[in-house]
Design a protein around this ligand. Sequence first.
Ligand SMILES: NC(=O)c1ccc[n+]([C@@H]2O[C@H](COP(=O)([O-])OP(=O)(O)OC[C@H]3O[C@@H](n4cnc5c(N)ncnc54)[C@H](O)[C@@H]3O)[C@@H](O)[C@H]2O)c1
Length: 367
Amino acid sequence: MREFAGTRVLVTGGAGFVGGNLVRSLLACGVRTVHIVDNLLSSELINVPVDPCVIFTEGSIADDSVLADIGDEYDYLFHLCTYHGNQNSIHNPLVDHEHNQLTSLKLFDWVKEFRRLRRLVYAGAGCAVAERTSGEAHATREDGPVSLQMDSPYAISKVVGEFYALYYHARHGLPTVRARFQNVYGPGEILGAGRWRGTPATVWRNVVPTFVYKALNREALPLEGGGAATRDFIYVGDVVRGLLRCAALGAAGDVYNLASGVETSILDLANRINHLTENPAGVQIIPPRGWDRSGRRFGSPAKASAQLDFRAAVDLRDGLVSTIEWTRRQRPAIEACIRRHAVAMRLAAAPCTASPPAGVLHRSPTP
Ligand SMILES: NC(=O)c1ccc[n+]([C@@H]2O[C@H](COP(=O)([O-])OP(=O)(O)OC[C@H]3O[C@@H](n4cnc5c(N)ncnc54)[C@H](O)[C@@H]3O)[C@@H](O)[C@H]2O)c1
């Protein structure tokens, strides 16, 4: 997009899955500089492009010395950093608070006087605001009711981030735009990326990369509760386009869903991935996760379509094909990340009396 040519951009969490894809798109748009601040908690340095326009600071955006060093010459700011993800946040709510909530508050407070800033785009989460239902789902709209009963500290943090984005806009005129993603999938999501965060979700992250990796390994795909739950899968390239549209065209103080609007069951997803990878192992039914009450959900793309001219363009089949190809190519790097957590994974899976390795505070009660 032309709006970004010659601009200076800050991306928190820019070494992550969505962040890495966003940074590459910003470079293709001709930005003057893109400054990434990331502590590599759930990401890898290989995701940071080697490019003279990229500045990389390894550190936490909640760290005062990091904030003091970032300068105030940005045109756009994308705040993507998070403590990944729901299960790890249940395991350690205080660490979630530090990286998923305090980060937003400290960043917004620090940049509230940045006069050059045209837009600050905050990555919100559709899962945090969706209706909890196992019956017929209705597309979640931006102005729908939001329950106070959240499933995880991660979900709480994502909503609190929205509260602060709205507050700093109303009180200080900070030009925040909230982009609420549905389930993002695609190239660049590295299983096991970053440091051990207390549960096997450190390795398995989200359903698409997990199923693709297991299918390529000729393993049965684990279906919680038979795979009846539904999600709205949106390709990472589409989410990146949506983020750029939020920054270029989004109204300050407003919120937009980045959704495909298509409801897909986990069983359907598993069957598609098994078909595309020719995996003969099929599926394996396992019990549902105790904390997850979100049975069926998908997002409404109507507002983003009407106001940002944004529509998801990559259908699930094409998106899965490119994710599978990427996973095949990146398999050695992915397996090196998974192997790094092998000892912690074993301890998390089986009760034992041995001391945990450094960095593992507790064993997870949830699979
Ligand atoms: N992937 C999805 O399906 C999805 C869905 C809804 C919302 N989101 C949101 O999108 C954003 C990006 O998610 P992602 O999937 O790329 O996750 P990710 O884990 O790949 O990226 C998050 C990045 O934040 C970094 N980080 C963590 N703590 C930090 C700190 N204190 N300071 C600086 N960096 C820090 C991590 O190292 C990582 O690189 C997050 O805000 C997430 O909540 C993602």
